[in-house]
Design a binder for this molecule. Sequence first.
Ligand code: 5AD
Ligand code: SF4
Length: 472
Amino acid sequence: MARKKGLFIRTYGCQMNVYDSERMADVLRPLGYAPAASPDDADMVIVNTCHIREKASEKVFSELGRLRDAQARRRAAGNDLVIAVAGCVAQAEGAEIMRRQPAVDIVVGPQAYHRLPEMVARAVRAAGHRRPGATKGAGVLDTEFPVEPKFDHLPAPTTVTGGAAFVSVQEGCDKFCTFCVVPYTRGAEYSRPATAILAEARSLVAAGAREITLLGQNVNAWHGAAPDGSTGSLAQLIWALAEIDGLARIRYTTSHPRDMDDALIAAHRDVAALMPYLHLPVQSGSDRVLEAMNRKHDRDHYLRLIDQLRTARPDMALSTDIIVGFPGETDRDFADTLALVRDVGFASAFSFKYSPRPGTPAAMLERQVPEAEKDARLQALQALLGEQQRGFNATLVGRTIPVLFQEAGRKPGQVLGKSPWLQSVHASGPARLVGQIVDVHIVGAHAVSLSGEIVTDDIVQTAVTHPIEVAA
Ligand code: 5AD
Ligand code: SF4
């Protein structure tokens, strides 16, 4: 075994990035890299970046500036710090990153993580030849989309903390919504074969997972090879997962309305382990804007899906993504969005100001909406969504619901878990409940969380009086 070296990973963006960060840690472990508490204790730092909105990608460069300083401190003490940039900014900007921040040694795109060990070896070799005081990085870059899928070369995840695990089943997107960089940074849609997914899920359950979330940029477009060689659908995959003994909860994210087929809707009715919660981005309630976004669905289509889902599973809670201030969005269009939100009643939602992304069609459109107008619309929308979320949370008070406890709470004697509807739930209880599903009587509802009392044969605890609010 190689000498132990510290690895610090900073992750921005979506669940897919969180998953990828874990895979990068796995692939570097055989080289002797183990988690470090901070960049100052690390021999290597990976910044796993997000390019979806301007704010997200700008954060990367200020982070890199801080890392350059940490690198200088490490070198002054006779050590080194390899700096790697991964994720969608790496894919989109490539060598430009090294030009803007010369301290960066490695730029690795999301499709090349399995080649990280070789890249790190090159960067470390280059560091050995560095003249004292030199500040230029090692210049190792890989943003290719390889022919062979990276999943075949990445080690499967082996550890589960808190009973919940993620499995990446699909990556990339062919939808080309006009505002979105994902089709450019993550590439064309690719579905992993069912056999690989099921094997990974089984080993996660054996390692303690009670809940599995299937991940993909367009997860319900999954069309991987089924075990019999035919092309499977997400509904079939969910049915196969539901047969795994010990797996109590199945979720999937993120979906596109166009790929919400009848079999998937029926699975919400028939598969008990499939949780009654769905994140289904709508982006806008105006048909005109949806068309300009190239969403390939209209408002009616979305509302029909919601009806079908609620018929299939009456306790279904819905979450969504909404963009305000898309180019050309008028007051009337925005009013249509508010009306759609009122019609559906969301349990939670993410809302964003439109952010023009270089290279996307919408960035070139005239009639960009002024920033002040975007701010005002976002505020009005978030007020409505916040009210809906609080209203939804309040409906749980007085009910007893199963909670999967995932971690110890911030205060001693507290545990923190998730309801079937993905709400955070706090209760007083022993840490040994982490990783278990336990009945909880809900006694309090807050903006983004619930508090409750654990109800089991041997534990009846009192409610937490000051619940921690967890940011959405
Ligand atoms: N500006 C603002 N929001 C965006 N999203 C994607 N691209 C942009 C953009 N250019 C939002 C969408 C998507 C979520 C992940 O991010 O709502 O569903
Ligand atoms: Fe982006 Fe649209 Fe693909 Fe979602 S469906 S990843 S918003 S292009």
